[in-house]
Design a protein around this ligand. Structure first.
Ligand code: TXA
Ligand code: MG
Length: 344
C-alpha cells in the first residue's frame, strides 16, 4: 500500500494521480478523496476489478455501487435515457454530492456494479483529485465509501488506512474530505424523483430547483424495505451500543448518571455549545449547533474516536431534521440501531 503526500494544490496532483490511474487501468482498487467521503475506486467496466472492491470491504454483493464520472459524455454512454428533470439537476448540482439513479444501458457497466438492477447510480464528484483521477484513468470509477462494511465512512486517508491497509493497492491522500456525509441518492426513474438516501444536497435545495420530491418511506418507517439496497444494512456502527437522546442536556446527564451507578463507562456525543455541561467518562464534541455542516463534517471521525475509548455505552444528542440535519440524523439513527430515547 502507498499513501501519496497530502495533496493541497492542484499543480502537484499529477505524479501521484498518474500512478493511481495506472493501477486502476491494470484492474487494481485505489482509494481517493471526494468532497463527501473517501471512495474505493475500480474500473466500472471490469467485473474482476469491481469484485475486488466487494472483497476488500466485505460488502454484500446485493448492494450496488455508485459510478463516478468526470464528463457528461460518460453518463450518456452508460444510461438509456436522461429525463428532463435529471438534466435540470445536473446543470445545477454537478459536480457535487448528488447521485442520480437512472435506467442503465446494457453491456457498458459491469454487472457487479449494479447488483442485477436495471438502473445505475451515477455522480460527478466535486473534488479536484477525484476528477483528475477519473480523467487520467479515462475510466468511469465504481466507488463505494472506502471503509470496511459496517464501519463509519472515512473522511481522512488515515481512516482508510486503518480499515483497508493490506487489502487495496493504494490511497491517494487529499486531506480531510469536507462535507463528511455521503452524497444524496435520488431515484430519477420514478414520476416524482425520490430520495433514497439523504446526503450532501438537501431535500430543500432539490425542491427549489425541480419542485416536489418524494422521500423513500422506508427512511422514516424502519419496518419497510428500502429501495436503495445499501440502506437496509446497519452501517456506521460504533463498537459500543449507542442511543440518541431527544431532550435537554440535563435529561441526557440523568441517563449517564444511571449507567455510571451501574459501574458502566459512558460516552457522550455532543457539540461545542454543550460539551462543558456534561460529566461523563468520555465527552466528544462534533462541530457546532450554529452550523450543522460542521457537525456533518466531523460526525464519522467522532464515531471512530469513540471506538478508541473503553466506553460501554454512548449517548448522543439529536439534531433538527432540516437541511443537512436530515442526513446527520439518518446516519446517527443507523449507528444507534434506531435506539431513540425521548424525554417526554
Ligand atoms: O458520497 C458518496 O456517495 C460516496 C463517495 C465515495 O462518492 N459513495 C458512497 O457509496 O457512499 P456507497 O456504496 O457507500 O453507497 C452507495 C449507495 C448505497 O446505499 C447503494 O445501495 C445505493 O447507493 N445505490 C447504488 N446503486 C443503486 C441503484 N441502482 N439503485 C438504488 N440505489 C443504489
Ligand atoms: Mg458506504
Amino acid at each position: 500500500i502507498w499513501i501519496v503526500d497530502n495533496i493541497v494544490d492542484k499543480q502537484s496532483i499529477y505524479p501521484q494521480v498518474k500512478e493511481a490511474a495506472q493501477l486502476l487501468k491494470s484492474g487494481e482498487v485505489v482509494a481517493f478523496p471526494t468532497e463527501t467521503v473517501y471512495g474505493l475506486g475500480a474500473n466500472a467496466k471490469d467485473a474482476k476489478a469491481v469484485e475486488k472492491i466487494f472483497a476488500a470491504k466485505g460488502r454484500p454483493s446485493d448492494n450496488p455501487l455508485i459510478v463516478h464520472i468526470a464528463h457528461l459524455k460518460q453518463l450518456e454512454e452508460m444510461v438509456s435515457a436522461i429525463p428532463d428533470v435529471a438534466h435540470t439537476l445536473i446543470k445545477r448540482f454537478w459536480p457535487g454530492p448528488l447521485t442520480l439513479v437512472l435506467p442503465k444501458k446494457e453491456g457498458v457497466i459491469s454487472d457487479p456494479v449494479t447488483a442485477g438492477l436495471p438502473t445505475v447510480a451515477v455522480r460527478m464528484p466535486a473534488h479536484p483529485v477525484a476528477l483528475a483521477l477519473i480523467e487520467a484513468s479515462g475510466l468511469p470509477l465504481a466507488a463505494p465509501s472506502a471503509n470496511i462494511s459496517g464501519r463509519p465512512s472515512p473522511t481522512t486517508a488515515a481512516h482508510v488506512f486503518a480499515d483497508l491497509n493490506g487489502r487495496i493497492a493504494g490511497i491517494v491522500d487529499g486531506g480531510e474530505t469536507g462535507i463528511g456525509v455521503e452524497s444524496t441518492v435520488l431515484d430519477c426513474t420514478t414520476k416524482v424523483p425520490t430520495i433514497l438516501r439523504p446526503g450532501g444536497v438537501t431535500k430543500e435545495a432539490l425542491e427549489k430547483v425541480i419542485g416536489n420530491v418524494f422521500v423513500d418511506s422506508a427512511l422514516t418507517d424502519e419496518r419497510q424495505t428500502p429501495k436503495s439496497p445499501g440502506m437496509k444494512y446497519t452501517h456506521y456502527a460504533p463498537k459500543s451500543p449507542m442511543a440518541i437522546v431527544q431532550g435537554s442536556p440535563a435529561f441526557l446527564q440523568t441517563l449517564v448518571n444511571k449507567q455510571r451507578t451501574l459501574g458502566k463507562k459512558v460516552g457522550v456525543l455532543t457539540t461545542e455549545e454543550n460539551r462543558s455541561f456534561y460529566d461523563a467518562d468520555v465527552v466528544l464534541a462534533c462541530g457546532s449547533r450554529h452550523d450543522l455542516h460542521t457537525v456533518a463534517s466531523h460526525l464519522y471521525d467522532t464515531l471512530r474516536k469513540f471506538d478508541e475509548t473503553d466506553v460501554d455505552f454512548i449517548y448522543s444528542e439529536s439534531f433538527p431534521t432540516e437541511g443537512i440535519g436530515e442526513a446527520i440524523m439518518n446516519r446517527l439513527k443507523k449507528a444507534a440501531g434506531h435506539q431513540v430515547i425521548d424525554e417526554k
